[in-house]
Design a protein around this ligand. Structure first.
Ligand code: ATP
Length: 226
């Protein structure tokens, strides 16, 4: 496949430019991702993949039921999220068991989707991106959607109806704002009104098109991943 301009698809694994998108709960990742997709970026969303894997008939359900018993599945065969949240939230070893099942499957599904990407570049959304997890080697850049803790808490409370304490308990098990910012190549400031996102996304999108084109050019038509 010849890569001639920024809008040429880059399906070859080695030449696809991948932007990792992360941010704390309620920071505005989905809102920002929608804007990138409107510009033509292709999103691979690990949250959506996790939901597919744990839906009725989902590929992760047999292993989850094996490990946690029949109460972990609802009558329709989907993961009982409320039950699992209670089991896994306060118990690190149960959480590790669940993650040990789900994470490799999500990772494999994300890799498969990235291999099928037909677009100028991919936006790989990983809400809890950290040093662990193995996603970083697929990412050319890391984009963090950032807002203050207070705003994050307020937005999640408004959206979900959870109490302040419940939201803070979720935030406490996520990477900290400082940890996220330390790994960021690019940052979207989502402390302001939602309309302030569009111009930031526009600038970053143009930058990613240029970087994606440069990567395809560097890989060349004879790239070993062809
Ligand atoms: P999660 O981690 O829970 O998936 P997220 O990071 O994807 O969340 P969004 O779903 O994009 O975050 O945003 C969280 C909530 O805050 C949504 O209800 C969204 O409409 C709202 N929101 C996002 N950005 C802003 C903003 N700048 N001003 C006001 N509300 C916002």
């Amino acid at each position: 496949m010849e890569a001639t301009d920024a809008t040429t698809s880059a399906t070859r694994r080695g030449s696809l430019f991948v932007v990792g998108l992360t941010g704390g709960i309620g920071s505005g990742k989905s809102t920002a991702a929608r804007l990138f997709v409107q510009h033509g970026a292709v999103q691979v969303d690990t949250d959506a993949l996790a939901h597919q894997l744990t839906a009725p008939g989902g590929a992760a359900m047999p292993a989850i039921v094996d490990a946690f018993g029949p109460l972990s599945a609802r009558p329709d065969g989907a993961l009982d999220r409320a039950w699992m949240r209670e089991q896994a939230f306060g118990d690190p070893s149960r959480r590790a068991t669940l993650e040990g099942i789900l994470h490799p499957m999500i990772r494999a599904a994300a890799d498969a989707e990235l291999d099928r990407v037909d677009g100028p570049y991919a936006l790989l959304a990983v809400p809890l991106l950290s040093e662990r997890g193995g996603y970083r080697e697929r990412m050319d850049r890391i984009l963090v959607v950032d807002c203050s803790l207070d705003r994050q808490i307020a937005r999640v409370m408004q959206r979900s109806g959870l109490t302040r304490e419940q939201v803070m308990a979720v935030i406490a098990v996520q990477p900290t704002r400082a940890q996220r910012l330390a790994m960021a190549d690019d940052v979207i400031d989502n402390d302001g009104e939602e309309f302030a996102l569009a111009p930031q996304v526009e600038i970053l999108h143009q930058k990613y098109l240029r970087l994606a084109q440069a990567k395809r050019t560097a890989a060349g038509p004879g790239h070993p991943d062809d």
